[in-house]
Design a protein around this ligand. Structure first.
Ligand SMILES: Nc1ncnc2c1ncn2[C@@H]1O[C@H](COP(=O)(O)OP(=O)(O)OP(=O)(O)O)[C@@H](O)[C@H]1O
Length: 375
């Protein structure tokens, strides 16, 4: 990093602790062809200053509409949006201390890189020397030195997105909003940009709300993830918590891969439940909603399960249906008494993979499984 960038960072974060964004019962209804559609349904959220929060969920779950209401591009049908304790619902987008980075970059094609970056400051009628100093800092911190006079069409997709980010940062917003900013980039560049966005966001300490449908992106970038489904929040938690302790079968299924084994808890106590699955009685961590005798779904991540071949003509609880080689690991599909189970084994030489029809037992550490109620 250059000497210039920290100076900008310091001024951007001079109001220490500012940038708390709160949504209260935020709701949006659209008049669709088939009647009223509730796109966002009573969403509550408390984003802390400097936090990086990601809205994640399947297409149509209401992520973009939520972000657009925060930005002011869309009026809410109900609820409140507060920044540092003050209602901002009635402020037009340009009066909200926020900046948005779009998937399409949204750069002005007829302006140079430098002019694009300085645009927001000109609108704010800043002094020329101030504009030029802030622009230089943004150019340096986003590694755009030497590209200032180019037109957007003379830049790569990654460079265009860095200009868009510099343009957002230069106005020193309290909140940065990202609408699927990396979807147009190839996989390698996307990875590099994830790290870059996170580095810049942390350096400037700006509260950030990021929309994506890419779970890997959400897991690798976020302090917390908001999983949405049909306009509602299903869970708000850290990536690790969401993965290991999902709040519902929907979340478990949406984030990563999961087996769900039918399980009826025989005893529930102190957050643990005793169940019989795959012919074995085990005690597993359980979601608070789980109660004795109700239908449950035991989540077992494929990478937490192992196969043990049955020798000496025994039968075991399953039979290998097929194996798929993925380089670092092999996926086995196993037909068991409890349905088809996927098991991921790392570092297996494909020549030594278990073949179709091999009798196996499936084992897993009960403490890495999680019992959920059937949705
Ligand atoms: N202007 C609009 N008029 C009518 N319905 C809309 C409008 N904008 C969004 N919707 C509907 O609201 C719901 C949520 O849309 P939204 O774009 O917020 O979802 P999303 O989670 O961002 O999905 P995607 O990942 O596909 O962009 C969808 O059912 C969508 O069809």
């Amino acid at each position: 990093m250059t000497v210039a960038a920290p100076a900008m960072a310091a001024s951007a974060t001079r109001e220490t602790g500012s940038g708390r964004l709160q949504l209260e019962a935020l709701t949006k209804r659209f008049h669709g062809r088939t009647g009223l559609v509730t796109a966002v349904d009573q969403v509550d959220l408390d984003v802390q200053p400097g936090e990086f929060i990601t809205l994640l969920g399947p297409s149509g779950c209401g992520k973009t509409t939520t972000l657009r209401m925060v930005a002011g591009f869309e009026d809410a049908s109900g609820g409140r949006i507060m920044l540092d304790g003050k209602d901002i619902d009635n402020l037009p987008p340009q009066r909200r201390p926020m900046a948005m980075v779009f998937q399409s970059y949204a750069l002005f094609p007829h302006l140079s890189v430098a002019e694009n970056i300085a645009y927001g400051l000109k609108l704010q009628r800043k002094r020329k020397d101030e504009i030029s100093a802030a622009m230089r800092m943004a150019v340096t911190s986003m590694n755009l030195v030497g590209l200032e006079d180019r037109s957007p069409h003379e830049l790569s997709g990654g460079q265009q997105q860095r200009v868009a980010l510099a343009r957002a940062l230069v106005v020193q917003p309290k909140v940065l909003l990202f609408d699927e900013p990396l979807s147009n980039l190839d996989a390698k560049l996307r990875n590099a940009m994830r790290a870059e966005i996170r580095r810049i966001q942390k350096m400037f300490g700006i509260t950030s709300m990021y929309v994506t449908h890419d779970q890997d992106e959400a897991m690798s970038m976020s302090d917390r993830i908001v999983v949405m489904n049909k306009g509602k929040v299903e869970q708000v938690a850290t990536p690790g918590e969401i993965y290991a302790r999902p709040a519902s079968v929907f979340v478990a299924d949406f984030i990563g891969r999961a087996n769900f084994l039918e399980a009826v808890p025989e005893r529930v106590s102190g957050g643990m439940a005793t169940v019989t699955v795959l012919d074995r009685q085990i005690t597993v961590p359980a979601h608070p909603k789980v109660t004795t005798g109700t239908q449950g779904a035991l989540m077992v991540r494929p990478e937490n399960a192992r196969l043990v071949p049955v020798t000496n003509g025994g039968t075991g609880i399953g039979v290998v249906l097929r194996s798929t080689f993925h380089g670092p690991n092999i996926d086995y599909e196993v037909e068991t008494t409890g349905g088809t189970v996927t098991v991921t084994e790392p570092g297996v030489d494909p020549r030594e993979a278990l073949g179709e029809g091999v009798n196996v037992n499936v084992t897993f550490d009960p403490l890495r499984a999680y019992l959920l109620t059937r949705d």
